[in-house]
Design a protein around this ligand. Sequence first.
Ligand SMILES: [Zn+2]
Length: 99
Amino acid sequence: MPFCPYCKKKITMSKAFCSNDCRDNYFHYISIQTPKPFIKRLYTVHNESEREIEIIKYSKLHNMKLNLLRKKISKAAVNMGYIENTTPQHNSFADNVAD
Ligand SMILES: [Zn+2]
């Protein structure tokens, strides 16, 4: 039984994703770029409320979904050592995906 690559739900053989939303999110997520200098600036220059504003600005500028951008940013920040990994379970594509 194959799994939806985005949410890991079981799907039938004939489908690539369980839903159009998952397909859209999957391709949207992998297209999001989070350049290291941007992440670095977020976590070294900005405080929490400024960071929030920067993230929203960035998502609008690049036409990205805010929740997916947030996920990608926190993943990059974990990888770069700015924050600890607080994701309790690695059960969806967005939490698992390698950069
Ligand atoms: Zn899915």
